[in-house]
Design a protein around this ligand. Sequence first.
Ligand code: HEC
Ligand code: HEC
Length: 509
Amino acid sequence: MKIKLKPIIILALGMAALSFSFIQTWQHYDLEIPRIWTTKALKDWELPNANPAFTVEPVSEEFYYALPERVIYKTYPVYHPDYEPEGYWEWLHEQDAQIVFDPAQLKTEADWIKAGELLFDYPIDTLGAVISAKHVRSKEFYTASGMPITPDGIMPFVQWVVAGKGKVYLGNLSCAMCHTRVMPDGSTIKGAQGNWSGDKAFAYGLESNGASEGDVQAITRFLFSSPWAAGDPHGKLLASGKEEIIAAYKAVPEGAFGRQGTSILYPPQAPNLIGVKDRKYLDHGGLSQHRSIEDMMRYIAMNQSLDFLNFYGDYNPIGLTKQELNNGKPIIFPGTYDRHSEAQLLAIAKYVYSLTPPENPNKPSALSEKGKIIFAEQGCVTCHTPPLFTNNKLTPADGFAIPDAHYSKYNIFDISVGTDPGYTMNTRRGTGYYKVPSLLGLWYRGPFLHDASLAKLEDLFDSARLKDDYVPTGFKPHNVKTKAVPGHEFGIDLTKADKGALIAYLLTL
Ligand code: HEC
Ligand code: HEC
C-alpha cells in the first residue's frame, strides 16, 4: 500500500488557481458542455440515505471547481511477466509523456465517443491504491489473486501511465478496471459486469506489503464505515482484527466489488454498463437519479473518489471535519485532489451510452419460446418489463418504511422482493431500496442478485437456497459456512422442465 494512511494531506492551493484557466479552454465548442456541479443540480439528484440523518452532502460547487483538472497521458498495456515482450520495460522508460485528451480535436460524435473510450481506460490513481507496480511484475501475484489475463498475456485491468521520461506509474482505478469482463475463452467485453478479482488482489497487497493492523483498519474504515447503521456492522468488522478483515476482502467473489461507500460485508454486484443509458437510477439502491446525460456526468464525477470527501451528517469517511474541508485545504487521497473536466466527463458519458452488447450466441428455440410464455405467466413482466426488461422502479427492502414524500418524487413499486437488506440499510450508498435490474445480457453476466450471492441462474430458481444450511454459490460472508439466500422467490416452485425453459429464454435476452 502506498496510500499514506495518516489522512489529511495537504496540497498546494496554487493548483486550484491553475484550474480556472483550464475551465475556459473548452468554452468555444459548438457542443454545449454542461456545468454539472451546481448547488441547484446537486440538491435533489441523490436519494436520501436509508437513515435520512446521514444523507449524502457532497462537496460544494466552489470546492469542486477549485480542484485542478485531470491531465490524461498515453497509457501502455501491462503484461503478465511470462508474456512481457523483451525490452518492453526499458522501452517504456524511454518514452516521453503524451497528453492524449484534447477537446479541440473532437469534431464529431464519433470523435467524442472514441475519446470517451480512452478516458474510460484511463487510470485515475498512480499511487498504487489497489495494485502496485511491484505486484503486476511478479508471477506470484497472479497465482495468489487469481487475476485473469487475456490470451496475449495482458492484464487488462491496469495500465502503465507514462508521465515523462522514466516516470512510469502503475495506473489503478480506470473505469475499465472494474467494468471489463474477461470471458471463459479469454475475449473481453468492455462495459460488461466486470470480473477482475479486485478484493482478492487488494487483500494480497495488504498481506504482502505487511500492512499493520492499524493500516488495515484505517483503509477499511475509509472505504466502508457507516457508524450510524444499526449495530454498526463495520465497527464490528474493524474490531475483529486484521486477519478477519483480510478474510472479508477475500470473500468478495469476481463479479462483485467492495467499491468505496459500499461494503465488503455486503459487496455490490458489479453492474453491466451496456444499456445503462436507459436506466433511471444508478447503483443497486438507486442512490443517484439518472434523468439526463448530466446526471451520468455527475455520477462519474462523484464516484471517481470524490465521495471520500462527502459528509454523511457530521461523518466524513477519511476523518475530515467540515471546517478542514472548507478551509481551502485540498486533500491528496487517491483520486480526490483532481477532477475530470466537464468535456472529459461528457466524453466518458457518451462512450458509456454508446456501448452495445456482444452478439448473443443463444438463439430463440422452441424451448426458449416456451420459457417466454412462462415469463409472462409468472408475472416477471410486471417488474422486468420488455423491451428494457426492467420497469425502472425502486422496490423497498425488508425493514425500510417508505417516507410519504417519496411516492411523488421517485418511481416506486411498493413490494419488497425480500432479498438481503444489508447493502441498502447499512452502507453509505444505501437508500432503503433495491432497483429492479434489467435482464438484458444475462448470458454474459453473473454472479446474480445485488450482492452477487448466486453464481448461476439455476441457483436463483433452486428452493434449497431458502434454507439456512445452503452454501451460497456466489458471495458468502467470510465468517459463515452456510447461509440462506432469501427473497425473490418468483418462479422457484416451477417444475424442473419449466425452469429449464425459463432459463433458456432468459439466456436469449
Ligand atoms: C473500483 C471499481 C470501479 C471503478 C474504478 C469504477 N466502477 Fe463503476 N461501479 C463499480 C461498482 C462495484 C458499482 C456498483 C455500485 C453499487 O451498486 O453500489 C459501479 C456502478 C457504476 C454505475 C452505475 C450502473 C448502474 O446500473 O447502477 C455506472 C454508470 C458506473 N459504475 C460507471 C463507471 C465509470 C464511467 C467509471 C470510470 C469513470 C467507473 N464506473 C469506475 C465499480 C467501479
Ligand atoms: C416484484 C418485482 C419482481 C418480479 C415480479 C420479478 N422480479 Fe426479478 N428482480 C426484481 C428485483 C427487485 C431484483 C433485484 C433484487 C436484488 O438484487 O436484491 C430482481 C432480480 C432478478 C434477477 C437477477 C438479475 C441480476 O442482475 O442479478 C433475475 C435473473 C430475475 N430477477 C428474474 C426474474 C424472473 C425470471 C421473474 C419471474 C419468474 C422475476 N424476476 C420476477 C424484481 C422482480
